[in-house]
Design a protein around this ligand. Structure first.
Ligand code: F6R
Length: 613
């Protein structure tokens, strides 16, 4: 839930690392933003300076004038509270008693209460309620016994249980940054005359494209010209693990849009094109489909948006492969993992590849012998690394907290997977499969057309709907998971209550809420022939009770009566409908948020990557 950065540089090459720390940290703000902090070793002295407070990074930077300080090395942190309320004391970095050691941390130290008690009984004085502070005092404890900092780190790590990505500065070794990783993500950026550590790639791109993805259990230090990694006391040969990241810096910035969310909605055509092209030219889909086809039981899981993509997969697998799949919400894994066995497969959908609920589901299924397929957007993240097969979407970095482009690229990858499984199961022959798969090449065009044709109407609709306290989104078939995802987006960024239901279910209870003017958005999806009449019936039921009815539909629903606003998103068949319907729903959520003066990139109470259960 937090983001960490650390930089150390040769002052002859880079006079001060402060701007790198600030910029690098700002690109991690999506990971959490209730407080921020910096620990720097000042140029020309070995003074350790700490600036930290509640608030967003810019607020903390300007409050303490952080940019004015010259630093040879430093660490920084953006926080999303897990232990202790957001305030100055609980903001990272945390220090030892003598203010010589400063630590930033992402994750949770499970046994911090015992460690704290032990340290306090040894005379250490704590200044915060956080789990992190124990790390600073543990290091101090071992250093004071005469151990080197590296040895102290080894000893401290052997005592810590839980998840962590740590970056540490020590006043006595001004050009070194120590680090450690277990469960929480951490990368090293290898630069010219500097090296850095960070929780994620966007914070490195402006400075270096050479990255090492650290593995669980690795720790060590960086200096301006040295990277030192160890695991279980043995030196790690990292040189062959350096990967070159091709994402442009612009990919990680707003690209001229007022918000990342809007930029990311608008770049869906490109993300879809790249995902389709990537999948077509790799063996991932076929390998994964073979595993699915040969499995007795098929499960799929994910959290939030990724779970909705999982539901789309269940729809296509039923329609095309005639196979049943059991979708479950990742945090409910305890119930379902008992059904896993050697002949089962679990598909874990996670754009970040780090969501703890999804990771726990993966591990529980694995323990019971199940095979695992990951669908992720982040190469080298934990979920794909712990899976038998990884299928990657190619959406590029998603900075907006609300998932948009990663959802549709997940849908594309999962559709390809369902089609290939249908082919291996024999329900689609080779030429049918090739024809269906090729249709996915048009996802990009369909999304672009929908964005173009619906944008203006959606903007006007948002103005009308912004005063609503609540609304329904109803669909049938493929429209159901898309409705769930649309409602989630509206809730997340506009804070308007939006609830999705299968349209046929609405009369079994939800219709009780309908009173004059209550907005009900219907999704009209293919197959139009089968669904048109049923949707018409549901529209009339709502209209009869005074609802404000909106129909967002593919071509073919024009004749539906009782509709106040019809938004035609263009022609799209069963394979392509998600790309036509989803961008207008995302745009509606975005426009509602901005019409209400909310910041859609930083919705309250939410973090991009949820690494606590
Ligand atoms: C919604 C959203 C979240 C994530 C969920 C899973 O806009 O972003 O619901 O979808 O936290 O995240 P990943 O896909 O990274 O596992």
């Amino acid at each position: 839930m937090c983001g960490i950065v650390g930089v150390t540089a040769d002052p002859d090459q880079i006079p001060t690392v402060t701007p790198m720390l600030i910029q690098g940290l700002k690109r991690l703000e999506y990971r959490g933003y209730d407080s921020a902090g910096f620990a720097i070793i000042e140029c020309g002295s070995t003074e350790l300076k700490i600036f930290k407070d509640k608030g967003k990074i810019d607020e903390v930077v300007s409050k303490y004038g952080v940019s004015k300080f010259c630093a040879v090395s430093g660490i920084a942190h953006t926080r999303w509270a897990t232990h202790g309320e957001p305030n100055r004391d609980n903001a990272h970095p945390h220090t030892d008693c003598k203010q010589k050691i400063a630590v930033v941390h992402n994750g949770i130290i499970k046994n911090f209460a015992e460690l704290r008690e032990w340290l306090e009984s040894n005379g250490h004085v704590f200044k915060s309620e956080t789990d992190t502070e124990v790390v600073a005092h543990l290091l101090e404890h071992f250093v004071s016994k005469g151990l080197s900092m590296l040895d102290s780190l080894r000893r401290a790590l052997s005592m810590i249980e839980g998840a962590y990505a740590l970056a540490i500065v020590y006043r006595e070794e001004p050009s070194r940054i120590y680090f450690a990783r277990n469960v929480s993500p951490l990368l090293i950026g290898v630069g010219l005359g500097f090296n850095m550590v960070s929780s994620d790639i966007p914070s490195m791109l402006q400075y270096t494209r050479k990255v090492i993805v650290l593995e669980d259990g690795e720790y060590g230090y960086i200096e301006p010209y040295k990277v030192y990694i160890e695991k279980e006391g043995r030196l790690v040969d990292w040189r062959r693990r350096v990967v070159t990241i091709m994402w442009s810096l612009e990919d990680a910035e707003k690209g001229g849009y007022p918000h990342y969310m809007l930029k990311e909605i608008m770049e869906q055509p490109r993300a879809l094109y790249e995902t389709y092209t990537g999948l077509r030219s790799s063996a991932e889909i076929s390998d994964a489909a073979e595993l699915i086809a040969s499995s007795d039981k098929i499960f799929i899981t994910g959290a939030g948006t990724s779970f909705h993509a999982a539901l789309v997969f269940a729809y296509y697998l039923a329609r095309f492969a005639k196979r049943a799949v059991m979708p479950f919400i990742a945090s409910e894994y305890i119930t379902y993992s008992g059904l896993a066995e050697r002949d089962s497969v679990l598909i874990v959908v996670s754009q970040s590849g780090e969501t703890i609920d999804s990771l726990q589901a993966l591990r529980a299924f694995k323990r019971n012998g199940s095979k695992i397929i990951a669908v992720s957007n982040v190469i080298g993240s934990t979920i794909p690394r712990e899976s038998n097969i990884a299928v990657y979407t190619r959406a590029g970095p998603e900075i907006g907290v609300a998932a948009t482009k990663t959802f549709l690229t997940q849908v594309l990858a999962l559709t390809a997977l369902a089609l290939r499984t249908a082919n291996l199961e024999g329900s689609l022959n080779d030429s049918e499969y090739a024809e269906y798969f090729d249709r996915l090449a048009n996802a990009s065009k369909v999304a672009a057309q929908a964005i173009q044709s619906a944008s203006k109407t959606i903007e006007r609709l948002a103005v009308k709907l912004k005063e609503s306290k609540s609304m329904y989104i109803l669909g049938r078939g493929l429209g159901v998971p898309l409705a769930y995802e649309g409602a989630l987006k509206i809730k997340e960024v506009s804070y308007i209550h939006a609830e999705a239901y299968p349209a046929g279910e609405s009369k079994h209870g939800p219709i009780a809420l309908i009173e004059p003017g209550f907005p009900v958005i219907f999704l009209g999806t293919p197959p139009v022939g089968e669904l048109h009449e049923k949707i018409q019936g549901n529209v009339m039921e709502m209209k009869a009770r005074g609802a404000a009815t909106i129909l967002l539909a593919v071509k073919g629903y024009e004749g539906v009566k009782g509709v106040d606003v019809l938004i035609n998103v263009g022609e799209a068949d069963e394979i392509l409908a998600p790309y036509a319907l989803m961008p207008p729903l995302q745009l509606l959520a975005y426009r509602l948020a901005t019409a209400l003066g909310r910041d859609p990139d930083k919705p309250r109470n939410l973090a991009k990557t949820v690494t606590v259960e």
